[in-house]
Design a protein around this ligand. Structure first.
Ligand SMILES: Nc1ncnc2c1ncn2[C@@H]1O[C@H](COP(=O)(O)OP(=O)(O)OP(=O)(O)O)[C@@H](O)[C@H]1O
Ligand SMILES: [Mg+2]
Length: 112
């Protein structure tokens, strides 16, 4: 099993969520984070002064998926999250050792 953490634009989240649900991918954790990537920051004007905002709110979607579904789900996220502009976000993938559904005691792929 794999963990996908996708850090995406807030305004793209509804599209990404709908695409994931349509593909049958239902379990997910969603949170708002503040982060930064490669660019130095955005200059924003506030009450007449210019501020450099280097931490930008993003939506963080975490999914645990079966290994066989990984590539399809990554493609779905890319297709629905991409605008082509800087700041589209990133996808991080890592291994997950075990998943246990507490109600039934099921483990592994059956519990995802
Ligand atoms: N190396 C990283 N580690 C952890 N989080 C990251 C990393 N890079 C980006 N992020 C998260 O992803 C968000 C979006 O990053 P962003 O899309 O700007 O990446 P980038 O590498 O600068 O790519 P781009 O050039 O397309 O903007 C950041 O605000 C941050 O929350
Ligand atoms: Mg960036």
């Amino acid at each position: 099993m794999k963990r996908i953490i996708a850090v995406i634009r807030e305004e793209r989240f509804e599209l990404v969520k709908t695409a994931l649900l349509t593909a049958g991918c239902e379990g997910m954790n969603v949170s708002t984070v503040k982060g930064r990537g490669r660019q130095i920051g955005i200059k924003e004007s506030y009450r007449g002064s210019s501020y450099c905002i280097d931490l930008i709110p993003k939506t963080r979607v975490e999914l645990i998926v079966k290994e066989e579904d990984l590539d399809e789900i990554i493609d779905i996220i890319i297709d629905s999250a991409r605008t082509g502009e800087v700041g589209d976000g990133k996808i991080f993938v890592s291994d997950v050792e075990e998943v246990i559904r507490i109600r039934t005691g099921e483990r592994g792929n059956k519990a995802v």
